[in-house]
Write a protein of this length. Structure first.
Length: 400
């Protein structure tokens, strides 16, 4: 099945307008699509017969027949969204009217092979499949690392040994027999924010995700920016000088220039490793009692309680993240920056510390500095965005 975008049909254009809520009557569809009312009515009737659209009448405010509204039929089919990263796979199912109907989670264990992870992705998908008789229309997958959307290939994921040129879309299509679309997982989050989150109605924003890696989903003029080879927003790969007090874990090499990658300091795994290194050096910290099982959650909690090691590590991470935010603002001039990932558990402390870094841009017009906020879509934001990708890419069969 091809993942290239086919030209939209008139039915597809109608469904997109109804989905957006902008044209909910036959006459409005005719005006928006520049077709005659008779043509619009003919195509709407086809969509109703096909089961994609239903009509409802609302109470009229004036004498005469009540107005007829067009709505998406929730039972017309479902879309699945998958998001995975170092430790887990998250899956959601949305009905045709975009309502969340099911969700699922699978754990990725250390040492899982590519084959084992793909099998778990399939199981997570099975967990949210529609019941018998309800069609599954498409699946979107948010993928870590580098991805070739056009070919449906996950090119590489450094955290998993052997994860190279995985034909993930083809493997999933062979099992589920529906179109599969891939996207970088942080860009999937940006799609969710654009669709139903803090980016809805905003033309220029950046979704900044810090998880097992670090990247930015950039929305410009209301469209997701992918770049020439689908590598736009890979800010975790920016080379930096190691911040004071930081050292790479034993056995991990830096770059030939003596620098390290930004995500070596700011990713969730990097933060935990930095704390573990400090504890091995005997630095005073309440986290010493957890030294054999440090988690990011414990580090964030200790940071809020004023623990010196946790605060020093978070200051290093947020300092580097702040440098990246400055660069993103200077390069893209966004209206808003939306933070996603586990660091948002810091609450308002994270946006506040990053805003302070933006205040250092003394030559930048203060009134143009973007708002920085935490995402409110929760841990399934990437899966919701992947489902949104499937909804965007899906095309109805021409109705005769």
């Amino acid at each position: 099945m091809s993942r290239s975008e086919s030209p939209p049909s008139l039915e597809d254009k109608m469904l997109k307008l109804i989905r957006a809520g902008a044209s909910q009557s036959r006459i409005r569809l005719a005006r928006a699509l520049h077709v005659s009312p008779a043509t619009a009515s003919t195509y709407v009737d086809r969509l109703i017969v096909a089961g994609f659209v239903i009509e409802s009448r609302s109470a009229g405010t004036v004498a005469g027949r009540p107005p007829v509204h067009l709505e998406l039929n929730p039972g017309a089919g479902e879309f699945i969204g998958i998001d995975f990263e170092a430790s887990r796979i998250l899956a959601v199912a949305l009905d045709f009217a975009h309502r969340l109907v099911r969700s699922s989670e699978q754990r990725i264990d250390p040492g899982d092979t590519p084959a084992a992870i793909i099998a778990k992705i399939a199981r997570a998908t099975e967990d949210v499949q529609p019941p018998a008789g309800a069609p599954l229309l498409g699946i979107g997958i948010g993928v870590p690392g580098f991805v070739d959307q056009e070919k449906g290939i996950s090119i590489s994921w450094p955290l998993v040994a052997g994860w190279k040129n995985i034909p993930l879309a083809a493997e999933m299509e062979s099992v589920f027999k529906v179109p599969i679309w891939l996207e970088h997982n942080i860009r999937s989050m940006a799609l969710a924010e654009l669709w139903i989150g803090a980016g809805a109605g905003i033309d220029h924003f950046i979704c900044l995700g810090v998880r097992s890696g670090t990247a930015a989903g950039i929305v410009r003029d209301g469209q997701l920016l992918r770049g020439h080879h689908g590598l736009a927003g890979e800010i975790g790969l920016v080379p930096i000088r190691p911040p004071a007090g930081f050292s790479l874990p034993q056995g991990k090499a830096g770059l030939q220039s003596g620098r390290i990658l930004a995500q070596d300091v700011i990713s969730a795994r990097a933060i935990v490793r930095d704390v573990e290194s400090c504890l091995r050096e005997g630095q005073d910290s309440a986290l010493q009692i957890h030294r054999d099982h440090i988690t990011l959650e414990k580090v964030l909690e200790a940071d809020g309680l004023g623990d010196p090691v946790a605060q020093a590590v978070m200051d290093r991470a947020i300092g580097v993240l702040g440098d990246l935010v400055q660069q993103l603002v200077l390069h893209h001039n966004p209206q808003r920056i939306i933070l996603t990932g586990p660091l948002t558990e810091l609450g308002e402390r994270l946006p506040r510390r990053l805003r302070a870094r933006l205040d250092e841009l003394e030559a930048y017009p203060v009134q143009e500095l973007p708002e920085i906020i935490n995402s409110q879509l929760g841990p399934f934001v990437g899966a919701l965005g992947a489902a949104a990708l499937a909804i965007q890419q899906w095309r109805p069969e021409p109705v005769s």
